[in-house]
Design a protein around this ligand. Structure first.
Ligand code: SAM
Length: 315
């Protein structure tokens, strides 16, 4: 059995009480159930459920999201073999990863930026939620991942403009109604010590570089919002430095106000927080953080100074 890296244990100590750390560590030891999202651009849930039933597969609904299904006893490779997955009628996605778009609440007719978008799980979810009637821009720095996203968009019949490049360099004149920043992170919420690849190389320098990137992306994302527009900031990490502290820094600098989020379902193992919702890893959920910021008009930094100032943001 693989273990939890010592460094991560130290980082968790800085973030949480012993009681909560024990819950998180117990979550790392759970084998997560397989879940999918029905792609409403191509099909209806009733048709997917009928198809699963015909194959003798069990499924369960998710109280807070009508397009999610849990497939008890099934593995991801099994699902990927199914015609419904190969044809893009369903998308394998963790339940936690479906939360940010629910909070983003994209509407038809709006302009929406997904800043760090590949492989496109949330971009395609935005397209599905708006019936392909929003102007969606999806940015991704890694060209190979961007190509994979284009494939996923096409497979799912989702319409978005893909920009391959660093979101920190997006033109300053762009403006969006809503921005999703599903930030690169340490992945400290997705550790599974029972699975292959549970061990990860984690060092202070690596984490500090991630913190710098997150802060710079967050500043850039806020600067690209229309006045009053909202940015959803999410990570698959449970470390306060990557989550609540990043949000608080933006709020303290006067760039945004934090929009209070209520835990919206008793099914989700939320941890206590101030500026967002942290999900504790367990059998059904990956560890995750999601928050919502509304742009204020005070002092959004010019993008040209973003990179330089980003290095100072670290707490
Ligand atoms: N939202 C995606 C989804 O739901 O499928 C997952 C995004 S993943 C957490 C973060 C992505 O950000 C990675 O694909 C990474 O290559 C990309 N990334 C990292 N730094 C970036 C930057 N400066 N600009 C654009 N993309 C970046």
């Amino acid at each position: 059995m693989t273990g939890v890296p010592e460094t991560l244990l130290r980082w968790l100590e800085k973030s949480w009480t012993e009681e909560i750390r024990e819950r998180i560590l117990a979550g790392y030891h759970e084998a997560r159930v397989t879940t999918l999202r029905v792609n409403t651009l191509k099909t209806r849930k009733s048709d997917i459920v009928r198809e699963l039933g015909a194959m003798g597969w069990a499924w369960r609904e998710v109280e807070w999201y009508e397009h999610a299904l849990i497939l008890p006893g099934r593995t991801e490779p099994e699902v990927l073999e199914l015609p419904m997955a190969r044809e893009g009628r369903v998308y394998l996605q963790s339940l936690s990863a479906m939360i940010p778009v629910r909070i983003l609440n994209p509407q038809p007719g709006e302009s929406i930026l997904d800043m760090t978008a590949a492989p496109g799980g949330k971009t395609t979810q935005i397209c599905a939620e708006t019936g392909n009637k929003a102007g969606v821009t999806a940015c991704e720095r890694d060209s190979i991942r961007a190509e994979r996203m284009k494939h996923n968009l096409s497979l799912q019949g989702a319409r978005a403009t893909v920009i391959t490049g660093d979101a920190r360099q997006l033109p300053d004149l762009l403006r969006f109604d809503r921005v999703l920043l599903d930030a690169p992170c340490t992945g400290s919420g997705t550790i599974q010590v029972l699975s292959e690849g549970g061990e990860r190389q984690m060092t202070e320098g690596w984490k500090n570089r991630i913190l710098d990137t997150q802060a710079a992306l967050l500043a850039k994302g806020l600067s690209l919002l229309k006045p009053g527009g909202c940015l959803v900031y999410a990570t698959c990490s449970v470390l306060q430095e990557e989550n609540e502290q990043q949000v608080r820094q933006a709020v303290d600098r006067g760039w945004a106000e934090s929009v209070p989020l209520e835990p919206f379902s008793g099914e989700i193992p939320f941890l206590p927080g101030e500026t967002g919702l942290t999900v504790c890893p367990d059998r059904q959920y990956e560890g995750f953080f999601v928050s919502c910021l509304r742009r204020t008009d005070k002092g959004i930094p010019a993008a040209s100074s973003m990179k330089r100032r980003g290095r100072k943001f670290r707490g």
